[in-house]
Design a protein around this ligand. Structure first.
Ligand code: URA
Ligand code: ZN
Length: 399
C-alpha cells in the first residue's frame, strides 16, 4: 500500500507550565474536577461551556440529567509527548508541528506574567521537540516534532517584539500560533494598526502565523445555551471557522497584506468560509462607497490574489467539497497542508480502545485520498510534501 510521508500541521498540546496555570484557576480557561467524577479532571475552555458548568456546580452530587459534565476530559493526549508520538505512530503521521491549544495566553491580564509564561511554554515546546529528535536519532528525514510558538498578546508591544527574533534560535520553531483577538485584553483584532510592527517582525523572521479560532460566535447567533441542546457542534463546526474567516477578511480590508508583503498566514480549518465567500467579499468591496474611495488611487490586489500569494490553508475540513474549495481558493494544491486537530475530537464511542484509529483522523485522511486520488502527487503534497517545503522541516534541526 502507498505509504506517504505524513505531516500534521494542526495538532495541539498544553505543556506543563500551562497546565499548572489552568489547574490554579477558577474561571475560564481552567482544569477542574467534579464530585460525580473526582478522578477525572476536565478541561474547560469555551464560553459556551459556562451554562453547563453552572448547572454542574448547582447540583454537584450527581449528573442525573444525563448531560455530560462541562468541557472535555483532560486526557494524557493533551499533555504527554509520549501520547502524541503514540498517536502519530498509530495514524502513520511521520512529523507533527505542535502548537499550544486555545486560548493560548490571551486571558492573562498581567502582561508581565504573559511574557514569562510565553517564554516557559516555548522553551518547553522546544525541549519536547529536541527530546523526541534525540530519541529517534537514526531515522531519516525531518525530525518527529516541530512547534509553533505562543505569543504573549497582552504583554507590552516591546516585549512581544523582543521575543520574536529569539524564536528563530529554537531549532524546531517554525512559526507562531495566533488568535483573532489582537493585542491586549480589548479584542481590538488583527486589523488594529498596533499589530503591524508584530506582522513586520514575523515577516522579517520568516515565521508564518497559524491563525486559529477560539471565540466563535455570540449567543445571539448560536442561540442561548447551545451546549445543552446541541453540544459542541455549533461553536466548533460553524462558530470557529466563521471567526477566523472574519479575522482574515478584516486583515485584508485593512490592507495588512499590502503593508507587510512578506507576511504568511496559515488559516485553520481550510480557511473557514473564505473559499466559499471570497467572491461575495469582492463584490461587496466594489459596491461599497467607503471602500471604493479608500482603494481609489491604488492598484488593489483582490482577496483572491492575496489568498494565492500570502495565504496557506490546512486541510482540516473533513470533506471533498471543502477540500476542493480550499485548493481552488488558494490557487493550487501546493498551499494546502494536512492536519488532525489532535487531541480534540477523540472517539466518544464507549467501545473505543487505546490504539484504535480515531474517526476524526480517518475522515480527514479519507477526504484527502478521495479528493486527490490515492498515491497521486497531489495527495503526497497535501499529506506532507507541502508542509516540509513551506515550513522548512528538512533543515536546521538538531541533527
Ligand atoms: N479544536 C481546538 O483546537 N480547540 C477547541 O477548543 C476545540 C476544537
Ligand atoms: Zn485546533
Amino acid at each position: 500500500m502507498f505509504q506517504p510521508y505524513i505531516v500534521d500541521i494542526h495538532t495541539h498540546m498544553y505543556p506543563p507550565t500551562y497546565i499548572s496555570l489552568l489547574r490554579s484557576r477558577t474561571t475560564l480557561p481552567m482544569v477542574r474536577t467534579f464530585p460525580s467524577a473526582p478522578e477525572e479532571p476536565r478541561l474547560l475552555l469555551l464560553e459556551s461551556e459556562l451554562p453547563s458548568l453552572e448547572r454542574a456546580l448547582s447540583s454537584p452530587a450527581a449528573n442525573t440529567s444525563g448531560e455530560p459534565l462541562p468541557g472535555r476530559p483532560l486526557t494524557k493526549h493533551y499533555t504527554d509527548p509520549e501520547a502524541k508520538l503514540a498517536f502519530m505512530r498509530q495514524h502513520g503521521i511521520t512529523t507533527s508541528v505542535v502548537s499550544l491549544a486555545n486560548p493560548w495566553l490571551d486571558f492573562l491580564e498581567d502582561g508581565e506574567e504573559a511574557g514569562k509564561v510565553a517564554e516557559e511554554v516555548n522553551r518547553e515546546m522546544e525541549e519536547m521537540c529536541s527530546k523526541a529528535a534525540a530519541s529517534q536519532q537514526n531515522r531519516e528525514g525531518p525530525d518527529p516534532l516541530f512547534f509553533l510558538a505562543a505569543l504573549p498578546t497582552t504583554a507590552p508591544l516591546e516585549a512581544i517584539l523582543s521575543l520574536i527574533p529569539k524564536l528563530s534560535q529554537y531549532a524546531h520553531c517554525r512559526g507562531i500560533i495566533l488568535s483573532t483577538s489582537g493585542l491586549g485584553p480589548s479584542h481590538s483584532g488583527l486589523d488594529d494598526p498596533a499589530m503591524l510592527p508584530i506582522f513586520h517582525a514575523l515577516a522579517a523572521a520568516q515565521l508564518p502565523i497559524f491563525l486559529h479560532p477560539h471565540y466563535g460566535l455570540p449567543d445571539s447567533v448560536l442561540g442561548q445555551n447551545t451546549q445543552s441542546k446541541y453540544g459542541h457542534v455549533l461553536p466548533l463546526a460553524i462558530g470557529f471557522p466563521v471567526e477566523t474567516s472574519i479575522a482574515l477578511v478584516r486583515m485584508y480590508l485593512a490592507g495588512v497584506f499590502d503593508t507587510v508583503p512578506g507576511l504568511r498566514v496559515i488559516i485553520a480549518h481550510a480557511g473557514g468560509v473564505v473559499p466559499f465567500l471570497a467572491g461575495r467579499v469582492e463584490s461587496c468591496v466594489v459596491h461599497d462607497e467607503l471602500l471604493t474611495k479608500k482603494f481609489d488611487n491604488q492598484e488593489r490586489r483582490t482577496l483572491w490574489q492575496v489568498l494565492r500569494e500570502q495565504v496557506y490553508l490546512d486541510a482540516v475540513v473533513y470533506s471533498e467539497v471543502g477540500l476542493k474549495a480550499a485548493v481552488e481558493a488558494v490557487g493550487g494544491v501546493e498551499r494546502v497542508m494536512f492536519g488532525t486537530d489532535h487531541p480534540f475530537f477523540p472517539p466518544v464511542d464507549e467501545k473505543y480502545r487505546e490504539g484504535m484509529e480515531w474517526e476524526s483522523v480517518r475522515l480527514n485522511r479519507e477526504a484527502v485520498r478521495k479528493t486527490f486520488g490515492e498515491g497521486s502527487e497531489e495527495e503526497r503534497l497535501v499529506l506532507g510534501g507541502n508542509a516540509v517545503r513551506i515550513l522548512g522541516l528538512g533543515s536546521n534541526t538538531t541533527r
